[in-house]
Ligand binder design. Structure first.
Ligand SMILES: [Zn+2]
Ligand SMILES: [Zn+2]
Length: 350
């Protein structure tokens, strides 16, 4: 089958790989209909991290069931599904406490298990998320990033009527805008330095667009909120700069949740660090997207809100490509060439 395999730093290849076969009674094989590029794929492409040479990567996908093991009962060939790509160990202390996203051995397909940049991908049946008929494959391919965002929001204490600022309007930020509304936000401020991304932020429901190149984000937010700040600020840019600046956005007693991962040291200027202390902020980390019972309410809620249209990923999809365009697309992305938001591949097209 056609696949994209990772060999080395900035070396992915479009090539033939063996098709997965059913080995365990609970194995399920999915014919991949759409698979997205994740920010974490890009950092793996640049810096590797845990991987096996020649491994098929990619983990944000949806498709159709192609085969099931003998022990699989409620899933049948032809079913439309998405899949949770994350494995937990089930044995460590966090797993025993039901805190699955804190598992010591958390791993995602595309690292140690073959991933979804391929015509077929294999997962245990417990990872399969059935789709209602009217949730299409493009939408469902974003169930993993949507669940990552939902996981972060479940960590917060957001209440209906809240004002929320989203720092960074890539895929995670654009989904955060929509989840903020689902969690009851009355007003969502979208912050970015890229006008194209701010335009998409508006299309997915942001109420106020803030270009932080013009004036620091916190000054603009304070103007809009009578000098108070927001109830919740989401760091979704994953940059060392915004990871410090985000502390100036919440009101006293407000919250910050980190959903981005800056792959660099963060230097926090005194002004921003003091906001944590003086404003008595609650600062929350958020990792992955799974919870008990596995895969968790993040996934069930994502499917639900995708089916109602409250999560609309269509404006986020900037590129719809063949798998063979993978190697050049990854190079464009690391060189920041072109205006990419979410890239989807269609492995069946080749
Ligand atoms: Zn992802
Ligand atoms: Zn564990």
């Amino acid at each position: 089958m056609k696949s994209l395999n990772l060999y080395d730093e900035r070396d992915i290849r479009f090539e033939e790989s063996p098709e997965p076969v059913i080995e365990q009674a609970d194995d399920v094989i999915v014919r991949v209909k759409a698979v997205g590029i994740c920010g974490s794929d890009l950092s793996r492409y640049k810096k590797l991290g845990p991987y096996v040479e020649g491994m098929t990567f990619g983990h944000e996908f949806a498709g159709e069931i192609a085969a099931v093991g003998a022990g699989v009962e409620d899933i049948k060939v032809g079913d439309r599904v998405a899949g949770c790509p994350t494995y937990y160990c089930g044995k460590c202390l966090s797993c025993q406490k039901g805190e699955l996203s804190r598992c010591e051995k958390l791993t995602v397909i595309g690292a140690r298990h073959p991933g979804a940049y391929a015509e077929y991908v294999k997962l245990p049946a417990a990872h399969i998320v059935p789709l209602p008929d009217h949730v299409d494959y493009d939408t469902a391919a974003l169930i993993e990033p949507s669940s990552v965002v939902a996981h972060g929001f479940y960590r917060t204490t957001i209440q209906p009527g809240a004002e929320v600022a989203i720092m960074g309007c890539g895929s995670i930020g654009l989904l955060s805008i929509q989840w903020a509304k689902i969690f009851g936000a009355k007003k969502v401020y979208a912050v970015d330095i890229d006008e194209t991304k701010l335009e998409v932020a508006k299309q997915v429901g942001a109420d106020v667009l803030i270009n932080s190149l013009e004036k620091p984000a916190h000054e603009q937010i304070l103007d809009y909120t009578n000098g108070q700040g927001v109830d919740l600020a989401v760091e979704s840019a994953g940059s060392p700069i915004t990871s410090a600046q985000v502390f100036a956005l919440p009101k006293k007693g407000g919250e910050v949740v980190f959903m981005g991962i800056p792959y660099a040291d963060i230097h926090i200027e005194r002004f921003y660090f003091e906001r944590i202390v003086r404003n008595e902020l609650r600062v929350l980390g958020s990792w992955n997207a799974i919870s008990a019972p596995f895969p968790g309410r993040e996934w069930r809620s994502s499917v639900h809100y995708m089916s109602t249209g409250q999560i609309n990923v269509k404006p986020m999809i900037s590129h719809q490509l063949d798998l063979k365009e993978g190697p050049e697309t990854f190079e464009h992305l690391v060189n920041r060439r072109g205006s990419y938001v979410k890239v989807l591949f269609y492995p069946e097209r080749g």
